[in-house]
Unconditional design. Sequence first.
Length: 242
Amino acid sequence: MTKRSQYSRLSRRQEKENLRKAFIYIILAIVLMGATLFLGIPVIIRVAIFFTEIRGSSLPIEQTDTLAPSPPKINTLPEATKTAYINLSGTGEAGSTIEIYFNDKNIISIISDNDSKFSTGKLRLEEGKNSIYAIAVDNKGNQSSSSEKHYVWYDEKPPELDITSPQDGDNFYGSQEKTITIQGKTEPEVSVILNDRIIIVNSAGEFSTTLSLNEGENQIRVVAQDRAGNETEKEIRVIYLP
């Protein structure tokens, strides 16, 4: 047998093999197109995923959750209050344990519900400045970073207030005394209102302003209010005679 005839036989065999493969590919393409038309692309994708999972199911893969949950968020709290109790609520990863830290002490642990919400109900404050933050821990023990730290100032005592000048019952005469100076002292960071007019208070809690008197009896009402909402009110009366 010559080399040329041997080469021809191999060529014909290769052509037959190529035709057979081409025929199989055409049949598969027709079947795939038909399945896509009748079942839809999503079903085909799910079938492919199913067989892929079957192939991979024989490989033992240990999966470990090491992803920490997101930090919880505490709903807005007042900066200062005269009420001893506040309602503490917020959001955190659903099903995670929310650990509440009050003045750097872990005072309560609660489970965030399916809507990612949590609530401790009423929380009693300590006198003065209180710090509050939260940490989330998932069921694998992964711990989030701490939430934003909130500060709440609790004060139930009304501010001190003293009107140093004029004195209750003072009399003023003539045009030169028609306008008088009101002076007093309270606590720092306190708002002072004199006859419905806001008065500036300095860093020492001192205030001073002028007031134009009307003929006869004049009522001077001073109210001091701290940031927690506590108020102290004092009232004096002076007489002006032209």
